[in-house]
Structures are given as structure tokens and as C-alpha cells.
Design a protein around this ligand. Structure first.
Ligand SMILES: Nc1nc2c(ncn2[C@@H]2O[C@H](COP(=O)(O)OP(=O)(O)OP(=O)(O)O)[C@@H](O)[C@H]2O)c(=O)[nH]1
Ligand SMILES: [Mg+2]
Length: 239
């Protein structure tokens, strides 16, 4: 069983070597870094790691408009065309600990189409977040659940594991969103396509190095996104 971890990066030079070295300890796990011409030289560091781990690490240097959503779409399209069994999404900033990956892959191997690394399955498992950010995230998830009908505890997390064949069933061409709205869109699309979605508990640790790219525009987009989805498709009924 082989897994391809897609890791979008923008200015993650301190974090990416640590993350990739940890991932290389897991057998069957390969990495594709999706770098958006990071001004801090993350792309060159990813290239050096690709040389260090030939055949297991590759770096994609994106051009054109930058963004989390468009980077993942590039990565998804490439991953779908491979023979990997599982495709993982994870942040580069060490918030998503690779030690949870084997359980997430195992859940997908047992039959889940999408496994969500969930911070809110057993209470609230978030380290180093100020209270206001926990409240914001909880409210966002409650709001999205209520509007869309998605029955998941953590919809805005970026740590996920897909069965590649299931990811290939999504109409990715319809996605135009970015940031958290992108994560919501693909989750909604997965449920709407009838995919089996499971949550697997993780403890999320806030970044120590590098800066946040969270902008108010991205937050605003995610407030509107649930309404766009239900106006277009209706609420999710079977979750
Ligand atoms: N390729 C690419 N990656 C991005 C872009 N913006 C953010 N990322 C990456 O996406 C992941 C999540 O971004 P973060 O900045 O950590 O977002 P966040 O977790 O909501 O905010 P933090 O509190 O800073 O952790 C990280 O690996 C970033 O490097 C982008 O425009 N392009
Ligand atoms: Mg982060």
C-alpha cells in the first residue's frame, strides 16, 4: 500500500525539512511538496530533500496565482493520475503530526473514502491556540454543520486521507474556492458524491515557526461558502 502526501507550502523553510524527515520514517509514504514560489527559499529546500530521498520526495514549483486551494487542485490532479492507493493532505507547519497518519491510512484501507484528522472528536484537541481562535473555529464548524447538513465535528481541518480512486470521482473542475472554503467545498462534494467520510482523532499543535497566511478575505469567503453550496446542491441528507 502506497501513500502520497501532498504538502502545500508558502514560506515554510524551518518546518519542511523536519516534517519530511518524520514522514520518511513511515514505510510506503511518499511526499509531493506544492510550493508557490516561496520568497524564503522553501522550494530550493524541497529540491534538496528530493535529492536526499530519491523516488520518495518530489517538489512541484507552481507558477501563476498562488493559493492553498489551487495548489491542492494541482496536486490532486497529479495524484489521481498515479497508482498510489491513498492521497494525504497536510499542512507543512508541523500542526499535523505524522504519527496520526498510520491510523488515518488504516481507516481508509478498511473502507472509508475520506478520513478527516479531527480536532474535535474527543472534546477539543488543540494545543497553543488562544481561546478566541478555539471559539472562532468551533463556531465556524457549528455554522457550517447547521447550514450544510454535514454531520462532521471538524470540517475545516486540513489533515485528510483519501482513497485515491474515491478522490478521482469528485468533479474537481467545479471548485473555485480557496483557503477554508476550499476544504469545505471538497468535503461537501465528497458527501454529495456519496463517499463514506470518517473522522479520526488528532491533537493539533499550533505552528511555532513561520507566519500565518490566514487572511480576513479567506475567512469571509468561508462564511459565504456554505450558502453557495446549499443554493447549488441542497443540504446533505444522508450524513
Ligand atoms: N502552496 C501554497 N501553500 C500555502 C499557501 N498559503 C498557505 N499555504 C500552506 O498551507 C498550509 C496551511 O497554512 P497556514 O498558514 O498554516 O494556515 P493556518 O493553519 O490556518 O494558520 P496558522 O495559524 O498560521 O497555522 C501551510 O503548509 C502553508 O504553508 C499558498 O498560497 N500556497
Ligand atoms: Mg497552520
Amino acid at each position: 500500500m502506497k501513500t502520497l502526501a501532498l504538502i502545500p507550502t508558502y514560506n515554510e523553510r524551518e518546518n519542511i525539512p523536519i516534517l519530511i524527515r518524520e514522514l520518511m520514517q513511515l514505510s510506503g509514504v511518499h511526499v509531493m511538496v506544492l510550493d508557490d514560489q516561496s520568497p524564503d527559499g522553501t522550494g530550493a529546500i524541497a529540491d534538496a530533500l528530493a535529492v536526499e530521498y530519491p523516488g520518495r520526495v518530489q517538489a512541484l514549483h507552481r507558477r501563476g496565482p498562488r493559493g492553498l486551494g489551487v495548489s491542492y487542485l494541482d496536486g490532486f490532479r497529479r495524484a489521481i493520475a498515479t497508482d498510489f492507493d491513498f492521497v494525504v493532505q497536510m499542512d507543512a507547519d508541523l500542526s499535523h503530526d505524522p504519527r496520526y497518519l498510520p491510523a488515518m491510512i488504516a481507516a481508509a484501507a478498511k473502507g472509508a473514502d475520506l478520513v478527516i484528522g479531527s480536532r474535535y472528536l474527543n472534546g477539543i484537541s488543540v494545543v497553543n491556540w488562544p481561546l478566541r481562535r478555539i471559539i472562532l473555529s468551533q463556531c465556524a464548524n457549528f455554522y457550517i454543520r447547521t447550514v450544510t447538513g454535514l454531520g462532521l465535528r471538524d470540517i475545516t481541518t486540513g489533515y485528510r486521507c483519501w482513497r485515491r480512486a474515491s478522490l478521482a470521482r469528485l468533479p474537481l473542475d467545479r471548485i473555485v474556492s480557496d483557503g477554508y472554503a476550499f476544504l469545505l467545498d471538497v468535503t461537501f462534494m465528497a458527501a454529495d458524491t456519496g463517499l463514506r467520510i470518517e473522522e479520526s482523532p488528532i491533537i493539533f499543535i499550533e505552528r511555532r515557526q513561520g507566519a500565518s497566511k490566514l487572511s480576513s478575505g479567506v475567512l469571509l469567503e468561508s462564511l459565504i461558502a456554505p450558502w453557495k453550496l446549499i443554493l447549488r446542491h441542497g443540504r446533505i441528507k444522508s450524513q
